[in-house]
Design a protein around this ligand. Structure first.
Ligand code: HEM
Length: 131
């Protein structure tokens, strides 16, 4: 399939496609038709129908699907989102959350421990040198 033949969808146009006879969702800007897969999904048809018509990227990731599952997905691709509806890919989001968690937990240097330890060291040093 060449680039120009790829079918393009809008997020809006997919919202109604959430039934047992027409189940479509988006993962990482790619559009999947899983109507025929519903009964074969090891995680059950319920979860798939829950996200049908929507963006399932997060739910799909949360499960931590195997490489086998990711290989399997390719069979159900029917196209991709139009450029205007695309979101930055997972890699970018992942980096964001990395920086988020870092500023939350803090490393030794940025947490309260560093100034406290530094203060103790200076006190000891001061009394040793000038005491
Ligand atoms: C075309 C897309 C999908 C394919 C091909 C697929 C395939 C699979 C496969 C092969 C498994 C077995 C475990 C593994 O190999 O990782 C699985 C489990 C599962 N999947 Fe999916 N899946 C898809 C989409 C989704 C989505 C969108 C969700 C969530 C909304 C989901 C939720 C789950 C859950 C909850 C399990 C069960 C995990 C467990 O029992 O430990 N799947 N899927």
């Amino acid at each position: 399939m060449s680039e120009s033949e790829v079918k393009k969808f809008t997020r809006k146009g997919l919202t109604e496609r959430n039934t047992k006879t027409d189940a479509v969702f988006i993962i990482e800007n790619i559009v999947y038709d899983v109507t025929k897969f519903l009964d074969d999904h090891p995680g059950g048809h319920e979860v798939l129908l829950n996200v049908a018509g929507k963006d399932a990227s997060e739910d799909f990731d949360d499960v931590g699907h195997s490489t086998d599952a990711k290989e399997m997905m390719k069979k159900y691709i029917i196209g991709e989102l139009v450029e205007e509806d695309k979101v930055p890919t997972k890699r970018k989001q992942y980096k964001w959350s990395e920086t988020d968690s870092q500023s939350k937990d803090g490393s030794f240097l940025t947490s309260w421990k560093f100034p406290v330890v530094l203060g103790l060291v200076m006190t000891v040093l001061y009394s040793y040198l000038f005491g």
